[in-house]
Design a protein around this ligand. Sequence first.
Ligand code: ZN
Length: 57
Amino acid sequence: MRTRLSICRKKARYPSYEAALVVARSADIELRPYPCNQCRQYHLTGRLKGKRMPRER
Ligand SMILES: [Zn+2]
């Protein structure tokens, strides 16, 4: 998944997957860390069931 630079700059960055995971687990909603191709760090994303996730269908 590619991350837009505009999105990257809005989101919190985490230096490692583990650091992001700690934050994700403390959140009320379901979040997942993912590596960002812009800053080479990690962000959190939610809405895994949403419409914005492209599917093969
Ligand atoms: Zn980023």
